[in-house]
Design a protein around this ligand. Structure first.
Ligand SMILES: Cc1ncc(COP(=O)(O)O)c(C=O)c1O
Length: 448
């Protein structure tokens, strides 16, 4: 049966005395693919059309009444929304129609409250908007924002860039949205340069491969899209955030129904300043992800979110994961590093945690402090909690910080409880690299 309902078709269906015909039509007949339930937007649109073409009148309400309870429960809720919206907001009041009465609306509402339960929501009548109305609603949200931080967005779904925040949306049936089948990464924009874009893109592609997402474009195209999006944004300081997703398609578990993977990017205006105040951290009680997921930057960050919320509830800046073998791992969106009492820079090995681009850059840059005799060595190894808590200095390392001194861990001071000098020296090294480093690590943005 066609998804587009003609007035005659609508009349025929509504005039049918068989509730099963209506139910079958409403819940299955509109399906684009045999054997699959109709998509909800399609169902909603079809029922809206049906009721607009032939508004429910007294004669047909009993049919609706008999049909709807047997329909699939979610479909039923949608049918009701459409029915109530159409009948109650009709530009031609029902009482003015031959055969109709003002009680139609009440009947639908009472039918709705019988099925949807009682209480404060019984008279809830959700509007059904046209596309321009939805757009207007979404726009009005942004109209009240004095300075909107999202400067530009690229979407492979429409194949271009928009600077209108209203349009910075992704489809609900994208596998990344409803199944978490997507990976992401970021890069800093500093003084008109993008920092370490190649390393972040390599990590994105590594994550995509682990997540079985074939990117829609090669790396060179992804890079060009990111540079052009930043150029259009006019943003000189901020973050470039991007996602590779299995793409839109359907709501099933397998991504087999998602024909093309998707790429999205957004430029967010942000300021960065060196952070020199020490912060407190706490050991996370939220279990860390197993290595195959921790080493991939997928959008499944619920453990990370819960870990940071736990820290905030305890008055700490963030939390630290310790793995099942008792070794220090990482924070929920940062790596950690330590200065041992004998002045070694120590970082946990990357085999069970995310390979941080900032931490890896730090390892390279720290060689300068070894050459100057300020550091004894740089080691990447397993670090026990006792060893870590007995260190002279501790720091968080990650894009956007890039180094944040830690002075307390689980209410215990690290070293003398003050911000360490070597931590500040490492922070200076990274800042220098970010603002003045070689163009192999900083891409100038060709602003238009
Ligand atoms: C879990 C996790 N660990 C570490 C990091 C630090 O990585 P980067 O230095 O590349 O920002 C991040 C941030 O991306 C992260 O999410």
């Amino acid at each position: 049966m066609s998804a587009c309902v003609s007035a005659a078709n609508a009349r025929q269906v509504l005039a049918s005395t068989s509730p099963t015909v209506f139910t079958a039509w409403a819940t299955q007949g509109t399906s684009r693919r045999r054997g699959h339930p109709p998509s909800f937007p399609l169902l909603q649109c079809t029922v809206s059309r049906l009721l607009r073409a032939y508004p429910a009148d007294a004669a047909h309400l009993p049919i609706l009444k008999r049909s709807l309870p047997s329909a699939h429960s979610s479909a039923r809720a949608l049918l009701f929304q459409c029915a109530i919206e159409t009948v109650c907001s009709s530009p031609h009041p029902m009482e003015a129609r031959a055969g109709g009465s003002s009680s139609d609306c009440d009947q639908l509402k009472s039918l709705s409250s019988n099925l949807n339960g009682k209480g404060k929501d019984r008279d809830l009548c959700i509007p059904v908007y046209s596309a321009p109305e939805v757009l207007q609603k979404l726009k009005s949200k942004w109209d009240s924002v004095e300075k909107q931080p999202y400067r530009a967005m690229y979407s492979s779904v429409f194949g271009g860039i928009t600077v209108d925040p209203t349009m910075m949306v992704i489809p609900l049936d994208d596998h990344m949205v409803h199944r978490g089948h997507g990976v992401f990464d970021t890069a800093m924009i500093l003084d008109g340069y993008i920092y370490e874009l190649d390393d972040h893109l390599d990590r994105l592609l590594g994550s995509a491969s682990m997540a079985k997402i074939a990117p829609p474009f090669p790396k060179s195209t992804l890079k060009s899209i990111l540079i052009q999006t930043t150029a259009v944004s006019q943003c000189k300081r901020g973050s470039l955030r991007y996602w590779l997703s299995a793409g839109p398609g359907d709501f099933l578990l397998s991504s087999a129904g998602c024909p093309t993977s998707a790429f999205y990017a957004v430029v967010v205006e942000e300021d960065y300043v060196p952070l020199e105040q020490g912060v407190k951290v706490t050991t996370s009680t939220v279990r860390m992800k197993p290595p195959e997921f921790a080493t991939m930057k997928s959008v499944n960050y619920l453990p990370n979110v819960l870990a940071v919320l736990e820290a905030e509830e305890k008055g700490a800046y963030t939390s630290i994961w310790v793995d099942d073998d008792g070794y220090v791992a990482e924070g929920p969106n940062v790596n950690v590093a330590f200065i041992s009492p004998s002045k070694e820079l120590l970082l946990p090995s990357f085999d069970k945690i995310l390979g941080g681009c900032t931490a890896k850059r730090l390892i390279t840059l720290a060689a300068a402090l070894v050459d100057q005799g300020l550091l004894k060595s740089v080691c990447v190894e397993n670090i026990t909690v006792d060893q870590a808590k007995g260190s002279a200095e501790m720091m968080l390392v990650g894009s956007g910080l890039p180094i944040l001194p830690i002075t307390m861990w689980d209410e215990q001071p690290i070293g003398d409880g003050k911000v360490g000098e070597l931590t500040l020296a490492l922070s200076d090294l990274l800042w220098q690299d970010m603002v003045l480093g070689p163009e192999t690590h900083r891409i100038p943005v060709p602003y238009v």
